[in-house]
Design a binder for this molecule. Structure first.
Ligand code: BGC
Length: 400
């Protein structure tokens, strides 16, 4: 079977698998899998249908939906409108074998289970209004102090008690772009934040095996905004063990030093000569035990600055050959090595998510920026548009 033929066969299997209970939304209308094989695969983004299927009801009785994006190479990304959450990402290994590379669940129940809510890992979700911590849940804008919900000891974390990860977003499938746009209007005062904030998050799956995430937001009062996606990755075959063997590069010479409650002290410290240095590829597990606090949970200050997408990080998983590159317009990236996973959660594939089972690379502005005048500002003013883009690009390497 030549390569092109193989791809076509693969497309057939993928599409055949996706015809069933769900609804297909596509620019070319509904087609059977057989009709679809007649379509010659092109590099354009407008050939794929977006499958929609029920994902479960929230505790408040709201219905949720799962959206499936597939590209011409057979890569597949599933996203639910609950928290605009990525629930699964199927990518090929170096032999072409597809497997899920993120931690997640196959129904809403997993995201609402008591064990999940207790440990609060935010698998795949959009976190907001403010990704990461705000010290003591307080900040001042134009002389007025605001008090946020405190949900992480004395601090505010990832938007509060009911952040953007726990609300149902409005969804707009965009089959012409192989994308889904999610929208959430956060009312004035929600979790203590000022102003009505309208946010959109658009997930696009390209034919180059990239997940592109575009964020936009507008407000009617000045408010902090720092949106990110909180996916945990494990690129190993079957996710059969922890992620400590993944080899990571982070393009950052400095990181933000934190206190014992993980709030930045304001100091940007050089990584050179320390266990924090990932400028050259290093296995996550090689030095993780030497890191204070049980592992990596730090914001790296990306070395490349300026407009546009910059390469932030690369991950290589040697047994599968999978590679993931992270590009972003943001100035920072939180590398979190899954230190608080403790085996109490069992994921979609039946695996127990033990410590370091997955890691997050969350593109962001720095934690606690509203209280750190020297950090790049995170305050969005009325009349401005918050814009941020991050790309997770998947490929493979041949050699070990
Ligand atoms: C934070 C961790 C936190 C994790 C899950 C990460 O972004 O940096 O401290 O435990 O999210 O909530």
């Amino acid at each position: 079977m030549n390569k092109k033929h193989f791809r076509k066969q693969f497309l057939l299997l993928t599409l055949a698998g996706s015809v069933g209970a769900g609804t297909l939304v596509g620019c070319s209308g509904q087609q059977t899998a057989e009709e679809e094989t007649e379509v010659t695969a092109t590099t354009e983004q407008n050939q794929m249908d977006i499958k929609q299927e029920p994902f479960g009801k929230t505790k408040e009785g709201e219905e949720t939906t799962l959206y499936t994006l597939t590209n011409e190479k057979g890569m597949q990304v599933q996203i639910t409108d609950y928290g605009a959450t990525i629930t699964s990402v199927l990518t090929p290994d170096r032999e072409g074998k597809m497997a899920d590379v993120v931690l997640g669940f196959d129904s809403l129940a997993g995201y609402q289970s008591p064990e999940y809510l207790k440990s609060g890992p935010y698998f795949g979700a959009i976190v907001g209004r403010y990704g990461n911590r705000i010290a003591k849940g307080k900040f001042t804008i134009d002389g007025q102090e605001y008090k946020l919900a405190t949900n992480n000891g004395v601090n505010h974390l990832h938007g509060g008690v009911k952040g953007f990860d726990k609300v149902v977003w409005e969804a707009e499938p965009m089959p012409g772009q192989n994308a889904v746009r999610f929208k959430y209007v956060s009312p004035d005062g929600e979790e203590g934040y000022p102003g009505t904030l309208t946010s959109t998050v658009t997930y696009t799956l390209t034919n180059d095996n990239e997940i592109k995430i575009d964020y936009e937001a507008t407000t009617d009062k000045a408010t902090p905004v720092n949106l990110t996606n909180h996916s945990y990755f494990n690129l190993a075959p079957g996710q059969a063990k922890d992620a400590l063997g993944h080899v990571l590069t982070i393009n950052a010479d400095k990181y933000t030093v934190v206190d014992e409650t993980l709030i930045p002290t304001g100091e940007l410290r050089d990584v050179k000569g320390t266990v924090m240095d990932f400028n050259t590829p290093q296995a996550i597990g090689a030095r993780v035990k030497q890191v204070e606090g049980g592992g990596y949970d730090h914001n790296y200050v990306l070395s490349e600055t300026g407009d546009g997408l910059k390469k932030a990080a690369t991950v290589y998983e040697p047994t599968s050959g999978r590679v993931m590159e992270v590009l972003t317009t943001e100035p920072g990236i939180q590398f979190y090595s899954g230190n608080f996973l403790d085996g109490t959660i069992t994921g979609a594939g039946g695996n127990k998510y033990e410590k370091h089972y997955g890691f997050a690379l969350e593109t962001q502005h720095f934690p606690d920026s509203p209280n750190q005048p020297k950090f790049p500002s995170t305050i969005l003013e009325p009349g401005e548009t918050y814009k941020s883009t991050t790309v997770y690009k998947f490929s493979t390497r041949d050699q070990q």
